[in-house]
Design a protein around this ligand. Sequence first.
Ligand code: TPP
Ligand code: MG
Length: 629
Amino acid sequence: MLILLRQGKVSKWFSGIGQEAISVGVTMALQNNEFILPMHRNLGVFTTRNIPLHRLFSQWQGKANGFTKGRDRSFHFGTQQYHIVGMISHLGPQLGVADGIALASNLKGKNQVTAVFTGEGGTSEGDFHEALNVASVWQLPVIFCIENNGYGLSTPTNEQYHCKDLADRGKGYGIDSFILDGNNIIEVYTKVLKLAESMRKRPRPILLEFKTFRMRGHEEASGTKYVPEELMSKWNTKDPIVNFRNYLFSERILTSEKEEEFTKSIKSEIDEHLQMAFEEEVIVPNERNELEDVYKPFEYHHIDPKSNTEEIRFIDAVSQGLRQSMQRHKDLVIMGQDVAEYGGVFKITEGFVEEFGKERVRNTPICESAIIETAMGLSIAGMKAVVEMQFADFVSSGFNPIVNYLAKSHYRWNERADVVVRMPCGAGVAAGPFHSQTNEAWFTKTPGLKVVYPAFPYDAKGLLATAINDPNPVLYFEHKALYRTIRQEVPTDYFTIPFGKASLLKEGNDITIITYGAGVHWALETLERNHDIEADLIDLRTLQPLDTVAIYNSVKKTGRAIILQEDSLFGGIASDLSALIMENCFEYLDAPVKRVASMETPIPFINQLENQYLAKGKFEAALRQVLEY
Ligand SMILES: Cc1ncc(C[n+]2csc(CCOP(=O)(O)OP(=O)(O)O)c2C)c(N)n1
Ligand SMILES: [Mg+2]
């Protein structure tokens, strides 16, 4: 690898030289159908699982026979075939993903363990602590492997943590932990083998701290100048391969002839496979291929509503939709704070534990990141998850896995992220800056996510069913102010509504009003007060995918457009809608496109301030202004 790297024949690589016994020993100790989630130094995991070397070389050369079609580098990939789930650059998130895979093993009674790696540097991330805590509370069979190699990039351990051994952290979470000589493959293998056997019988997490040392730079270019000479020479005498070789010779297991034979055959395997990768065509960019792989293709299955209906509130519709999806999908799991016996803070999951049991309706500790990651792990293991954010505002604590892990999963390695995140959102309930946000723009910005935002009970129910059927990650916004105020006749049975189809609530030739969520009701009230205005009123229903056809058709008819959004203006979806209309309908416009949104401040608590903040109060005047232009 070092030679190939210098010759520019493979791309950036993080050496695990000096740490090989850990990757190889742990992988040998697991069964081949048990998942391993390695890090950037764990080449030994991939080779021990017998991934053909030419595929690894293709991966590092960014070729199609690799695992990411040239879209991600080094070990940033997973493969279901080899039961390996690679890291994302952010290090920590995969610890929670391991929790999810292990949870699926428990739920399906598979008696499998999952091993996940982190460096000692990565243990400082919140994800590490959240993942350990969840694994302990739920007794998930995860082997957490810390490779303590002395440095995190240039940072030595004494600047990384302030305790003697990282293994001691286990105690704080109620997890058994052990310190192992990471340079001794026999110790690694025998200990992990024994632990894994015991964990399969009695599922629980284990924390292992492997003492080892990073013998080369963080990556080759950065060198090791900051590492004291004596540390290098001390650890040099402990090289795991040299020592294992000497041991094999002393035990007369290995002979010079055998060693020569092995070396020759491995050498020729490397040469041959390298050649195969070189002979492979380079990837020719094709925009369509790239765009098509952002989402997993989803064959929408339309289920018509039956004729029996009842008048219910918005909140009942969400609850019904969720309940009927739980009945339909036996592998669907709901997770969230206080969602079990308590029924969630809005009581949407009230009675669910009685019907579906505590295994599928799971109270979680307060750790949004780890729970989103756990949901991703369930998806990798073939299950489905709905995660309830107690309030949409708190999604910021789970932001990283959503926008970096779930959103990029299919594009990077063809893996679905079958997760719905429910987002009770919105203002108008005097709840202040941290319980009132409507933060859809954080997500409409990110390719790979779908964003749903119903305004009526009927849509809420049908769209939630579709969101759960869709194998892509969906952010499902449900406006708290609509929960108990908006009622509608809704089919009592299960039905679905397609994504990407806006609904035209009113028709008129004067102007096009485009909005969603609470904005729909503000617009309806405004039109109710102003019977002289004849408007097309478009409720977008889903923001990603976006029904641009409905928007353009209407604007081309009316020649005027106003976009109403509850969120503050700058960077919201209204701005993009305005740009799209300008770019696609300019010649049909009789007036500039108008955006109406809330103030550029956090959302204030007290009523009169909140009313001033919200776009609602400004809409009517703006509407008149565009009409009179
Ligand atoms: C969230 C995040 N912060 C910083 C980095 C940059 N970074 C990549 S690897 C690394 C050091 C990791 O150290 P450690 O966990 O000990 O693993 P090691 O490289 O020693 O195996 C850093 C700082 C990153 N990738 N992600
Ligand atoms: Mg390290």
